[in-house]
Design a protein around this ligand. Structure first.
Ligand code: URA
Length: 433
């Protein structure tokens, strides 16, 4: 087989066979296809797309390019969740212990943040002592005994995706729906959970800018999941506004703890409850209504917070943070910005908020760069809220006054105001089953 011919076929929208796709992925993974040829093929996919069958074949070939996890030692139906990424998305921190408190089993491998979106692993590592680099047997044991365990991706899972993603990143080839679908689903399938819930975001802080595009991606991923024999569904959710009040690692852990302790009842809490209910339903634990009630009860009874304590302790962290979040890393400097005049918050630009937090040190601009776990922002109001002149709008947390000043100016510019009442947009747009 010649890579030249495959590039030409995709460029002319001639579908590749399963055998051709499987050869292309394995030959690229072991270095027989040079980067320049693979980049050309990836760009042809960006411009011409792939059929559903080609995308499914690409996903399976990528899944099979490295190790696959065997979750059978957990001894129960397992359920995974994936978010396509967003600003202030701390849902995994809430959902893993919440689903476990309701009898579900959540073995979760997550990523570190790169660029303006945060990573679950960085958030968890802001908990003093918390380890995200457990061995696979420890990971499986914790999941079996506690019901949830969240670790950083390890081993040689989907090496084809790592190499392809690196090229896509360098050649403006990330935002292609079939490539995103194959990248995400190959990792989910290699991790091996029986059920997969996908949270596909749209809006200014997401890959997909409209709910319609997000639905196309979601449908494709659900199709791939089901074809591979998984229970799979997707929720399409809004990422035009940051999720919750806080963006930044330790601040987001604090916010997740507040939800699990029943101290919050806002849009983020509603989203976490809905995602947990969908995961429990996929895992066969009841109807969606019954599972939603189960999740609400787990928060009110204290079972969800207790599950978080157990998960933190089992991963070497300080479980006392659940009762005393002041034990989390604290910033040296805080700066609160107040409203210049009375008004309603009309919008908060997610991407700008992510970039301001990146500059503060809450995220990383290069692999392995150090991050500041205490840095970030806490909003005191959200879209639709009316604030009076002088009331706090947000507080910035950082290492120095200069960093906080720069971030505060960028954050202030990310907020638009209006004198008329504003109805916040819906958070959960659609569920694709
Ligand atoms: N997330 C992934 O894992 N892969 C993509 O291609 C895009 C987002």
């Amino acid at each position: 087989m010649q890579m030249y011919d495959l590039i030409r076929k995709t460029r002319h929208r001639e579908a590749l066979t399963g055998e051709e796709i499987s050869w292309l992925v394995s030959a690229f993974t072991d270095g027989r296809i040079p980067d320049y040829m693979m980049s050309a093929w990836l760009m042809a996919v960006c411009c011409q797309g792939l059929t559903e069958e080609e995308t499914a074949a690409l996903t399976i070939a990528m899944r099979d390019s490295g190790d696959r996890l065997d979750l059978s030692p957990v001894g129960a139906v397992t359920v995974d969740k994936h978010s396509t990424g967003g600003i202030g998305d701390k849902t995994t921190l809430v959902i893993a212990p919440l689903v476990a408190a309701c009898g579900g089993y959540v073995p979760k491998m997550s990523g570190r943040g790169l660029g303006f979106t945060g990573g679950t692993i960085d958030k968890l590592e802001s908990i003093p002592g918390f380890s995200t680099s457990l061995t696979v047997p420890q990971f499986l044991r914790n999941t079996r005994e506690i019901g949830c365990c969240v670790i950083a991706q390890s081993g040689d899972l989907t090496p084809a995706d790592k190499k392809m993603y690196a090229l896509r990143n360098l050649t403006a080839a990330v935002d292609s729906i079939p490539l995103i679908a194959a990248s995400i689903m190959s990792k989910k399938l290699a991790l091996g959970a029986d059920c997969i819930l996908l949270d596909v975001k749209y809006g200014s802080g997401a890959f997909m800018k409209t709910p319609e595009d997000a639905a196309v991606l979601a449908r494709l991923m659900v199709h791939i999941g089901k074809t591979a024999g998984k229970q799979c569904r997707a929720v399409i959710t809004d990422m035009n506004t940051p999720l919750g009040d806080c963006v930044g690692n330790a601040l987001e852990v604090e916010e997740a703890i507040a939800i699990l302790r029943g101290r919050r009842s806002d849009r983020l809490t509603a989203l976490c409850l809905s995602l947990a209910a969908q995961m429990l339903t996929l895992a066969g634990r009841g109807t969606e209504d019954a599972c939603l009630k189960m999740a609400e009860d787990a928060i009110h009874s204290g079972a969800a917070a207790e599950k978080l304590r157990q998960m933190i302790a089992a991963q070497g962290g300080d479980p006392a943070v659940v009762d005393d979040p002041a034990r989390l890393p604290q910033a040296a400097v805080q700066k609160t910005v107040t409203a210049a005049e009375d008004g309603y918050i009309a919008s908060i630009q997610s991407e700008e908020v992510g970039l301001a937090c990146l500059e503060l040190g809450a995220g990383r601009t290069a692999d392995h760069a150090e991050i500041d776990p205490a840095a970030g922002v806490r909003f005191h109001g959200t879209v639709g809220d009316h604030l009076r002149q002088g009331e706090p709008v947000f507080t910035v947390y950082g290492r120095s006054g200069a960093l906080c000043e720069t971030a505060a100016a960028r954050l202030a510019a990310a907020i638009t105001w209006t004198q008329s009442p504003v109805t916040p947009g819906i958070l959960i747009h659609t569920v694709i089953k």
